[in-house]
Design a protein around this ligand. Structure first.
Ligand SMILES: *Cc1c(COP(=O)(O)O)cnc(C)c1O
Length: 503
């Protein structure tokens, strides 16, 4: 290494080069195949490709390459991850142990149901728990993500109106404080989005809502707490107005981390909602694993749930457990996913709920809301807060100052990386300028929250005293500030070093 290389700011991590393609040497081998016990046969000509120029590397070359890459990454196991709306809570390792139990991990989806009774019992129980937590009548575990659950819910609302002879109900009302997936979902189902504005307090504008409610409305999708992190102040009125014109209420439940054991969407009058198990119930996400977005419905929409769902075929008796099976709800919108949802995620969420129990889940929400409000209160003199009110599990502040010209939310986020934190969500929600959406979750200690607050306060000062420090950040990460626009427009999908492209 030259002196120049050793003194660069990134002292702790080796540089990205060389790529694994440069490591190879003819004859190096990472695997040893056992002797073949079947006769050799030639592959069909069209499957044989020469000229692929793959590297020949040893096992150690591969291990070092990938471990090095993993060290460039940031994860919830590395540090504080306040990425608003994503609920990046710590994922307990017990969840992983349970998901790896051979009886769960090795079950085949085409096995006869009599041979997978444990897996079905788990699904049945999880459905019942999620119904209880939401105050709904029933749950389907089919959807593979939050947006997929939304899609299921809106298809169910549509199917309900068609079954009731009202196919002309084709409009879905979506407040501008909704998550972006809400209007996208509506468009995917072929229905029309009617966007309505928020008032100065971050709540839905009720007058505007009354104006748009008529006999063409299929329903309304609303995120609770909304993407501003605040609990809708007029939720009862909203539900009444929409029900009053014959529409149904969809609740985006991705933010249930603010409501566990405190409020039940079913009791608030919602007809259908989805959960994000990968947020609220700690199954890994964001590159760490597939999602799971179960959909919960009240009596009205129960027959329309996607299927199959886990059911009891024969009641148990004393020591004899029930016989579990799978069935399609009567007027089901159908299947949304191969087999039975992302089963491994169901095992993890089941473990998490079982471990916490009712009082434990309520404490999750209380601590999540406390952490968010603590950070909000300590930052409010240094960052503009668009809404002066108690928040739910997250809050939004603005990453710009009148006396720090040219400094943007993005600069604040990039600088946070230098202090060892994952940035908050940037430029979302769209209705707040220079938005920084901060969600600490309940798993962070007071010390972790304090360290983050100190970094945020320091950055607010740096923005005014030394703005270039922010503009050029991050300074300490393996990769510096990337040109995100160019990266999106001139995709480089090859990991082989390519000659620099002229700007
Ligand atoms: C994360 C999120 C979604 C989408 O969930 P995915 O699993 O990413 O599809 C929808 N709504 C809200 C409020 C969210 O936070």
């Amino acid at each position: 290494m030259t002196d120049e290389q050793t003194t660069q700011s990134n002292a702790t991590l080796p540089p990205l080069e060389p790529l694994i393609y440069d490591l190879g040497a003819p004859g190096r081998k990472g695997v040893n195949l056992p002797d073949s016990d079947v006769p050799e046969a030639r592959l069909p000509e069209h499957l044989v490709r020469t000229g692929l120029d793959l590297p020949e590397v040893s096992e150690m070359d591969v291990v070092r390459h990938f471990v090095r890459l993993s060290q460039f990454n940031y994860s919830i196991d590395t540090g504080f991850y306040p990425l608003g709306s994503c609920t990046m809570k710590y994922n307990p390792k017990l969840n992983e142990d349970m998901a790896r139990l051979p009886g769960f991990a090795l079950a085949h989806p085409l096995q006869d149901t009599t041979t997978v009774q444990g897996a079905l019992a788990l699904m049945y129980t999880l459905q019942a728990w999620l119904a209880e937590i939401s105050g709904m009548a029933g749950v389907s575990l089919q959807p593979a993500a939050g947006a997929h659950g939304e899609f299921a819910g809106i298809l169910m609302i549509r199917a309900y109106h068609i079954a009731n002879g009202e196919p002309n109900r084709t409009r879905i009302i979506v407040p501008d404080s909704a998550h972006g997936t809400n209007p996208a979902t509506t468009a995917m189902t072929g229905l029309d989005v009617v966007e309505i504005t928020s008032d100065n307090n971050g709540d839905v504008d009720l007058d505007r809502l009354r104006e748009v409610c008529d006999e063409t409305v299929a329903g309304m999708m609303i995120t609770v707490p909304n993407t501003l992190g605040v609990f809708e102040g007029h939720i009862n009125e909203i539900v009444d107005i929409v029900h009053g014109c014959g529409g149904l209420m969809y609740m985006d439940g991705a933010n249930m981390n603010a409501m566990l054991g405190i409020a039940k969407p079913g009791e608030l009058g919602f007809d259908v909602m989805h959960y994000n198990l990968h947020k609220t119930f700690s199954t890994p996400h964001g590159g760490g694993g597939p999602g799971s977005g179960p959909v919960a419905a009240n009596e009205k929409l129960l027959p329309f749930l996607p299927g199959p769902v886990a059911t009891i075929e024969e009641e148990g008796d004393g020591d004899i457990p029930p016989l579990y099976g799978l069935s399609m709800p009567e007027q089901s919108i159908g299947r949304l996913k191969a087999f039975y949802g992302n089963f491994g995620m169901l095992v993890r969420a089941f473990t998490y709920i079982m471990l916490h129990g009712g009082p434990g889940l309520k404490a999750v929400t209380q601590h999540a809301v406390l952490n968010a409000n603590y950070i909000r209160a300590r930052l409010k003199d240094s960052y503009t807060m668009p809404f002066e009110r108690i928040c739910g599990h997250e809050f939004v502040c603005e990453g710009h100052w009148t006396d720090a010209e040219g400094v943007h939310a993005l600069d604040v986020s990039k600088r946070l990386m230098d202090y060892g934190f994952h940035p908050p969500t940037n430029y979302f929600p769209l209705i707040v300028p220079e938005a920084l959406l901060i969600e600490p979750t309940e798993t962070e200690s007071k010390e972790a929250c304090d360290a983050f607050i100190e970094a945020m306060l320091t950055i607010a000062k740096e923005a005014k005293d030394n703005p270039d420090l922010l503009h050029e950040a991050p300074h300490k990460t393996p990769v510096g500030r990337v040109d995100e626009v160019r990266a999106a427009k001139e995709l480089v999908l090859c990991c082989r070093p390519i000659p620099a492209v002229e700007k």
